[in-house]
Design a binder for this molecule. Structure first.
Ligand SMILES: CC(C)(COP(=O)(O)OP(=O)(O)OC[C@H]1O[C@@H](n2cnc3c(N)ncnc32)[C@H](O)[C@@H]1OP(=O)(O)O)[C@@H](O)C(=O)NCCC(=O)NCCS
Length: 171
C-alpha cells in the first residue's frame, strides 16, 4: 500500500467484479475528456461488465488497477503478443485526471512491468503513444523506453489522423 500526503489509501491490485461501477466511471471520464487513448466511445454498464469479466480471467495479459479510497483511479495492462512473440509484452496505462502528475503513473507502470516480466518471462516491452501525448511520452522515456519509429496518421482520433510513436524497452 502507498500512502500519499493527503492520507488517501492507495493500492495496486488485480481487477475485481466489485470494481464495475468505478471502472465504468473511470473509462467514461477518460472518453469525456478526450484523453488521447484509442477508445473514443463511452461504455454501457453491460459492456463494462463483459470487459471486466474478460480481463479477470484473461491468461495472456496482466491487468492491474490503481485503487484510491476504494475506487478505480487508474488501470494498466501488459499483454503478451503471442505466437513467435511470446517474449514481448505491450504496455498500456491510464489514470483518472485528478490523480495525474503525482508520480502514480510511474509507480503503476513500474509495478506492472516488474510483475509481467516475471510472470511471462518477457525480454522486450513495447508500446504505442500519440505523438502529441507529451506527458506519456516523457514518462515512458523516464522508464527507459526508446522511440523506434512513427507512423504518421496511424489513428483516426475525433476526425483527425494522429501520428503514433512506437517505443521499446529491452529488459
Ligand atoms: C500518461 C499518464 C499515465 C502519466 O501518469 P502520471 O501519474 O500523470 O505521470 P507521473 O506523475 O508518474 O509522471 C511521470 C514522469 O514524467 C515526467 N513528465 C511528465 N510530463 C512531462 C513533460 N511534459 N516533460 C518532461 N517530463 C514530463 C514527470 O516529471 C515524471 O517524471 P519524474 O517522476 O522523474 O519527475 C497519465 O497522465 C494519464 O493517464 N494520461 C491520460 C491517459 C494516457 O495518456 N495514457 C497513456 C496512453 S499511451
Amino acid at each position: 500500500m502507498i500512502k500519499n500526503n493527503q492520507k488517501q489509501k492507495i493500492i495496486i491490485r488485480p481487477p475485481k467484479i466489485s470494481d464495475l461501477d468505478s471502472s465504468l466511471e473511470m473509462i467514461n471520464s477518460l472518453v469525456e475528456e478526450k484523453a488521447m487513448l484509442t477508445v473514443q466511445k463511452k461504455s454501457t454498464h453491460k459492456e463494462e461488465e463483459k470487459y471486466l469479466k474478460g480481463i479477470i480471467k484473461e491468461k495472456e495479459a496482466l491487468h492491474l488497477f490503481l485503487i484510491i479510497d476504494g475506487k478505480v483511479a487508474g488501470s494498466a495492462k501488459v499483454s503478451k503478443l503471442g505466437n513467435g512473440r511470446n517474449h514481448i509484452g505491450e504496455l498500456g496505462i491510464s489514470l483518472r485526471r485528478e490523480y495525474r502528475g503525482m508520480g502514480l503513473g510511474k509507480n503503476l507502470s513500474k509495478t506492472i512491468m516488474e510483475k509481467a516480466i516475471k510472470k511471462f518471462k518477457l525480454k522486450i516491452i513495447i508500446l504505442n503513444v500519440f505523438k502529441k501525448n507529451k506527458t506519456a511520452y516523457y514518462l515512458y522515456k523516464k522508464l527507459g523506453f526508446k522511440e523506434v519509429g512513427v507512423i504518421k496518421g496511424e489513428v483516426k482520433y475525433y476526425n483527425k489522423y494522429e501520428d503514433v510513436i512506437t517505443m521499446v524497452k529491452y529488459i
